[in-house]
Design a protein around this ligand. Sequence first.
Ligand code: ZN
Length: 288
Amino acid sequence: MRIANLAGRLVLVAADGSAVDVYGASGGKFEPEPQDVFEVWDEFAGWAAGMEPDAIEPAHRAPLDVTLLGSPAPEPRQVFAIGLNYVDHAGESGLSVPEQPPVFTKFVTSITGPTGDITLPAGDVDWEVELVVVIGARAHRVPAARAWEHMAGLAVGQDLSERRLQLTGPAPQFSLGKSHPGFGPIGPVLVTPDELADRDDLELGCLINGQQVQKGRTRDMVFPIAELVQRLSAVTPLLPGDVIFTGTPAGVGLGRTPQRFLADGDELVSYVDGIGEMRHRLVAPAEA
Ligand code: ZN
């Protein structure tokens, strides 16, 4: 199953690529707000599995216009992000592979959809393509073997990062430096793990103006997704609709010689095979 946030409404993506409005097609059984569905995830998944797309009235179908997509999880209560979760990225960062996953947050107001413009703040703005997990059932002290039962699905994410603020000061400011508006794009759709040939081995990457800058595979994570859920939920209950950014592979601008950062007019394409791609343009702030 694939779901999306089309202009603020929850839609199912049908096999032909069209969008089925969930509120309309379910006769009001499920709320139109995308974030609400995670509270009733099992019930929703059951309904969606039994739905006959051909039986849906035309009034409840629309083309899936990618320019109208928002994040499939636009308002999570908690956002977790994992640092240094790929060996080659830890190496390019000049840091050793962690024995425990470094955890920070991206504040919720940084979340945006899979297309459109992102304004560059002052500083050095870097890219980090990541696989994003959305929680489908409350998870507290969940062992890795049961972790997937608590996930709704997977999406593409970008952990955009302003490196000066992130790395300056007596203690690093990961959460703040990674939380400017637009710094947490998620999309284009949320895909349930059963749709994927191997949910633990997906290619992910990103391109700037057509040039590939990152390319990795999620099987190379230091802490695989199920283990992340175990470790996070050992401390903090994970709530339906919560988001986890699972870390980035090598190829970020900070690790390059010379270093490179995003500039006005750059087009950033981020993808995960089997899920889809996001496409953003970085823009300088308008003159005051
Ligand atoms: Zn990251």
